[in-house]
Design a binder for this molecule. Structure first.
Ligand code: RUQ
Ligand code: CUA
Length: 715
């Protein structure tokens, strides 16, 4: 067939194939299509820049926060095709996330004071870095509402760890990594007591606090290490976005704040509202922290632990020269260090300028102890004029800044004016502006917050999409607009609806830096990244029923899945039993995932090749519960099924013969053996029958049959 097509295609190309069928013509030339769909030359050019033919790959992969969904969204650039949602703070059934025991254990790490929190307000994803460049190994993301950070391993795009901030009650400005992923920055947002006690608002100035946690990343384990992490106690100034220094500013971190007025609202108590009180001063504070030196103090045992975690008091921070404040424009939002690490751009929502600070000047002021004053907590304040490099009028409501591969070129999102401003931060002048559809929040260039941005594309993350897409009810998707930044002028290419929460920030990495696995080592617990203790090999499947002295019984299934068969196909239990199921996917073929859905027990597993996934539950009611594979894995997928039989207590089989359909010629090979009493225990073991050789022969035959079936399926 392929050969045939090869011969035909050249004949057809270049011809106008106007096929007429029953009077309706299929337009087939570019001109026809343009006319019919009302497209311009510019549209076609944009389409050609983003269109990715079947089987094609994207140059970059983007990881967007999933906002309130508590997930991460992965899509390709420039095609803007969504590739995956990664369950992070929220159960996600397709991946079995929050449904299998292994991932439930990850979500359980995110409990707050013993309470399950099954959503997250994710804001800022960050890719791990080596020497200031994205290395494609890990992704971190924060939860603002319930101050937590999650670690996703980009080897398999799965969430491996969730840590809860020991002090904060909210955390917005994380996750931002230091240049070698030594630490992940995670500042508090809304000030609150650092303890769990009630403290009246009247004591706000004295007892409410902000803070900034530096989570230590253990590179060998690929996990954050709460034991080695530390937190700066900060004034109750609503700390906001952060960025880590690099190059000359390596070792330092920068954190914005708003509401340094320390205003407390309470409109119902006759006080002006928060938004008025929190924006009355002309400036707020950038917090400059020396994490390198703080880490040394921690290592030297000079920092005390509070609630089991290192806490650097403001007093200690001032004494050791770890913490400084610099005024910054009213209600600042983004703080972004330039690729060379020499400058820091800050933009204020209520100001039309991007303010560029010089790290060199900051260091000079610190060395000379040149401070204009101290704040009420004794923190030294460096004068803005002493450290300002330049100040550029970029438009009304500037928020975030990203950098280009071209030297000195930056892009800033302009919220109120709904545009992107391209400007030169060395010379301090505007270069170009482009209107975006509506209220841009973050923007992102390819690897644009690393030491060596790739340029090429910019994504504008618009808040609300209003009228961009077909209406789908009062709740609209969000709009990510793709912009070509390879030329002098920015050019809008594409609108992509994102229907999963408000994706505040997104990071994009060159796709060739990622090396995701196609299968797991056999019998793998993907969440702990270790061989699963429940790994089961072909022919070794068994069910074990074990009762303790009090009469409580557990049925434990060591099963496997391979096209097109779940072993075991019949599982028996009694009412009140605890059932533990472990399934290992024996497949080695790429993408041969099997699912496992069980009626009525809230069980849905995703068992990718090599993975072992488990589910534990108690059967409370007698009955017949079918289970089946949830992925259309082969032509006999629907037959990939079985029964969990839950018998009443003390049920005695009548001993009657099976009365079901036809008998299978080789059925006896696969039948379960007679239950055996295991030696020295009171466990009953049901092993699944046929000798290993026969079973694996059978499995191979089945797999071969279905491989041949799926190979002939048209693609
Ligand atoms: S932010 S509001 Cu990154 Cu602009 Cu969360
Ligand atoms: Cu396995 Cu369907």
């Amino acid at each position: 067939m392929k050969q045939l097509m090869k011969r035909f295609v050249p004949l057809l190309t270049g011809l106008s194939i106007a096929l007429t069928a029953g009077g309706s013509a299929t337009a087939s030339t570019l001109d026809d299509v343009m006319k019919k769909r009302g497209l311009t030359q510019k549209d076609l050019l944009a389409a050609a820049k983003t269109y990715t033919p079947t089987g094609g790959r994207d140059e970059f992969l983007a990881f967007a926060s999933g906002g309130q969904s508590g997930q991460v969204i992965v899509y390709g650039i420039p095609s803007m095709r969504i590739l995956k949602y990664i369950g992070v703070f929220t159960p996600e059934p397709w991946q079995g996330y929050g449904f299998d025991d292994e991932s439930k254990a990850v979500l359980a790490q995110g409990r707050i004071n013993g309470k399950d929190i099954t959503y997250g307000d994710t804001h800022h994803p960050a890719i791990s870095e080596t020497d200031g460049d994205y290395d494609g190994r890990y992704l971190f993301i924060n939860d603002k509402a319930n101050p937590r950070i999650a670690v996703i391993d980009l080897h398999d795009f799965e969430t491996k760890q969730i840590v809860v901030n020991p002090f904060f009650k909210s955390a917005h400005g994380g996750a931002f990594v230091t240049p070698n992923t030594e630490y992940v920055m995670d500042p508090a947002q809304y000030a609150a007591p650092l303890t769990d006690e009630f403290v009246p608002l009247e004591e706000f100035n004295d007892k409410y606090r902000g803070g900034l946690t530096y989570w230590k990343f253990d590179d060998k384990k690929g996990r954050l290490d709460p034991e080695q992490s530390f937190t700066f106690e900060l004034p109750p100034y609503s700390q906001d976005l952060s960025d880590a220094g690099k190059g000359p500013s390596y070792g330092w971190g920068f954190t914005n704040s708003f509401c340094s007025e320390r205003y407390v609202g309470g409109i119902e108590r006759g006080r002006p509202p928060f938004e008025a009180g929190c924006s009355s001063k002309d400036t707020d504070f950038m917090h400059v922290t020396n994490w390198k030196k703080a880490a040394e103090l921690v290592k030297a045992g000079k920092v005390k632990k509070v609630k089991g975690s290192y806490l650097i008091s403001m007093k200690q921070a001032v004494k050791e020269g770890l913490l400084y404040l610099i005024p910054e424009p009213k209600s600042p939002h983004g703080v972004d260090v330039t690729p060379d690490g020499k400058l820091i751009t800050v933009s204020g929502k209520l100001d039309s300028h991007a303010w560029v600070y010089s790290f060199d000047k900051i260091m000079k002021a610190i060395k000379a102890k040149k401070f204009e004053s101290h704040d009420p907590y004794g923190l030294p304040i460096i004068a803005m004029k002493d450290v300002l490099h330049t100040q550029v009028n970029v438009g009304l409501g500037p928020l975030h800044t990203q950098y280009d591969s071209k030297p000195c070129v930056a892009y800033t999102s302009i919220y109120v004016d709904s545009m992107v401003t391209k400007w030169d931060y060395c010379k301090g002048k505007v270069l170009d502006q482009i209107n975006i559809h509506y209220n841009i929040g973050h923007l992102m260039t390819m690897e644009g917050d690393s030491k060596s941005p790739d340029g090429k594309y910019l994504v504008s993350l618009n808040k609300l999409s209003i009228d961009r897409f077909n209406p789908v009810g009062p709740l609209h998707p969000q709009n990510h607009q793709l912009i070509d930044i390879s030329g002098e002028k920015m050019e809008l290419l594409y609108d992509m609806p994102l229907p999963l929460g408000e994706p505040h920030y997104v990071v994009a990495i060159a796709a060739d830096k990622l090396k995701p696995a196609v299968r797991y080592k056999s019998g793998w617990d993907s969440r702990t990244d270790k061989r699963s203790p429940y790994k089961t090999r072909a022919g070794r499947e068994k069910t074990v029923r074990n009762c303790d002295a009090s009469g409580k019984c557990t049925v434990e299934v060591f099963g496997t899945t391979i096209r097109s068969h779940i072993t075991p196909e019949i599982i028996e239990a009694e009412v009140g039993d605890t059932v533990k199921m472990h399934f290992t996917n024996l497949e080695r073929a790429q993408d041969e995932v099997h699912g496992f859905a069980l009626n009525g027990q809230n069980v849905q597993l995703s068992i990718e090749p090599g993975k072992t996934a488990s589910a534990t539950f108690t059967v409370e009611k007698e009955g017949v519960y079918p289970y089946y594979c949830t992925e259309f894995c082969s032509a006999l997928h629907l037959e990939m099924q079985g029964y969990l039989l839950v018998k009443p207590k003390g049920y005695k089989s009548t001993g009657a013969a099976m009365q079901a359909g036809e008998s299978l010629f080789c059925g006896s090979l696969f039948w379960a053996s007679k239950p055996k009493q295991a030696a020295n225990t009171n466990a009953t073991v049901y092993a699944y029958g046929a000798p290993t050789v026969l079973r694996s022969l059978r499995n191979h035959l089945f797999a071969a049959l279905h491989n041949s079936l799926s190979d002939s399926t048209p693609t």
